[in-house]
Write a protein that binds this ligand. Structure first.
Ligand code: G6P
Length: 483
């Protein structure tokens, strides 16, 4: 029976070692939930890195990892500490991530990490080739694996390969600066279908293909090595029902089964009459515009002092890639900004910013979404931004206002949000005021339209549209081959 092979840097499992024992939980990330049914129903396999390096694993622990992943229809690609340093922290996150997010000054290029990236992409391709049979579909995910499509295509030309890029594709003028621009494009063009979140990323990619590789591009089709490759946009959604149902359950909670965070939120909101909550949730990443947001919030408190003691910014920053120096610098800058703003504006009964640097369980995220009048999402660059969609899904009373950066992929769909330029702190401050003062009727009108759109294009829909398109492309390709 033909199967689907999903390939991503991380498996949809979180595996860690605690007290010499293995701890395995399923991942709650968007990709893992979105592809769960495709993965299980098609009897497919998911290939990826377990999250542990070879050096961390004793033979007994390795057996346990294999047992755990096998149960979940997963296959591991083994990475050493050096692979992790050079391929993951190195080329993926100190080169490609900043390059694709327009942080050209952060983009490092070291031949050593490029070689490691090639070597690890080959490792992934080898595992794929070991499991792939004619008639299977292969779906490769994201910027860590840009070379895998071509490596697989070279060995199995008749197999159907899809590639999806979860981050922006930068404009040609940025991409052209990179020493390995040609190799990266050729790697991606091993796929039969290449997907992006938005039409703009698709356009940027096609422009780079045309100018850097001098290939023929016809609308969204590229002709390369006697093959036709389709490039298209598929905006990724969320598991809408999961978020909506969790929020509905939250609405029905009584005092006894409320989470600690919820009790604290209730206490504060009751005590501080008229207090409004403004929420932001992100990974601690320099693309998320965290300092810009804090500076805009500070400006807001100064420009509109009538809001002092009346609003609170609740900011959840999830630790991420903390071994990369720019992330450490950002953490320090954020700590200092929060300290400075709280130091300047706090009163005995009010702290303007509640700042959490940690991961929180799903129920607490729902507590935060449902208790916040405004979501303030200000990335300076973001492939999609699913937090914006999650906030929308949890607003069961059809109220709340989404303030969203126009630099996110999500802003292309969420037209009823209040869109801001994250570099314009005056605009952010004025828009925040507009959000806080928005009449209920207008909130409802906007939120209803947003909910309609976000619920329609769920993550399952995203996955099925990509897979159907891949099937279609392959059918056309087979007809051309046969004729
Ligand atoms: C982004 C990327 C994903 C990545 C995730 C978390 O969303 O597109 O590929 O998995 O960040 O980052 P991490 O480096 O922890 O995998």
């Amino acid at each position: 029976m033909n199967k689907m092979i999903i390939v991503s840097n991380r498996l949809p499992l979180q595996i860690s070692i605690e007290d010499h024992h293995l701890k395995v939980t399923s991942s709650v990330g968007g990709l893992a939930t979105g592809l769960k049914s495709v993965h299980k129903e098609s009897n497919g396999i998911w290939i990826g890195w377990s999250g542990l390096t070879q050096e961390e694993l004793t033979p007994e622990l390795e057996d346990k990892v294999q047992e755990a992943v096998h149960k979940e229809q997963c296959v591991t690609v083994n990475l050493t500490q050096s692979d992790l340093d050079l391929y993951y922290y190195g080329f993926s996150n100190r080169t490609l991530w900043p390059l694709f997010h327009y942080f050209i000054e952060y983009t490092e290029y070291h031949p050593e990490s490029w070689n490691a990236y090639k070597r690890v992409n080959e490792k992934f391709a080898e595992v794929v080739l070991k499991h792939a049979e004619d008639g299977d579909q292969i779906w490769i995910q994201d910027y860590q694996l840009l070379l895998v499509p071509a490596l697989v295509k070279a060995k199995k030309p008749n197999i159907s390969i899809g590639f999806f890029n979860h981050i922006p594709f930068p404009s040609y003028e940025i991409f052209r600066t990179f020493p390995k621009r040609k190799e990266l494009l050729e790697g991606m063009l091993g796929a039969d279908l290449i997907g992006f979140h938005t039409y703009d990323y698709e356009r940027h990619f096609l422009s780079s293909v045309k100018r850097i590789l001098s290939l023929e591009v016809n609308f969204n089709k590229v002709t390369y090595n006697n093959r036709i490759i389709k490039v298209d946009s598929f905006p990724m959604g969320i598991d809408y029902k999961k978020f909506k149902n969790a929020a509905l359950k939250h609405d029905k909670q009584n005092e006894n089964n409320k989470t600690e965070i919820q009790k604290r939120l209730d206490q504060h909101l009751q005590k501080e009459v008229g207090m409004k909550m403004v929420l932001s949730i992100d990974r601690m990443d320099y693309t998320k515009g965290i300092p810009n947001r804090l500076k805009a919030f500070e400006y807001f408190l100064r420009k509109y002092p009538e809001f002092q003691e009346k609003i609170r910014l609740v900011m959840l920053a999830v630790p991420s890639r903390s071994e990369v120096p720019q992330y450490q610098k950002l953490k320090q800058e954020t700590d200092e900004l929060v300290g400075r703003i709280n130091g300047e504006f706090s009163t005995v009964s009010w702290t303007p910013i509640w700042y959490f640097y940690r991961t929180l369980p799903f129920e607490n995220i729902i507590d935060l979404y449902t208790s916040s009048e405004v979501a303030l999402i200000t990335p300076v660059r973001d492939g999609m931004n699913l937090v914006a969609k999650e906030y929308v899904a949890t607003r069961t009373k059809e109220d709340g206002v989404l303030v969203l950066s126009e630099m996110t992929g999500a802003s292309k769909e969420l037209n009823e949000a209040l869109l801001i330029n994250p570099f314009n702190y005056e605009e952010i401050a004025d828009t925040l005021k507009q959000a806080l003062e928005m009449p209920k009727a207008e909130q409802k009108q906007r939120m209803k339209a947003l909910q309609k759109r976000v619920s329609r294009y769920s993550v399952e829909k995203w996955a099925s549209e990509f897979i159907n398109s891949l099937k279609q492309v392959h059918k056309v390709y087979s007809i051309i081959q046969a004729s």
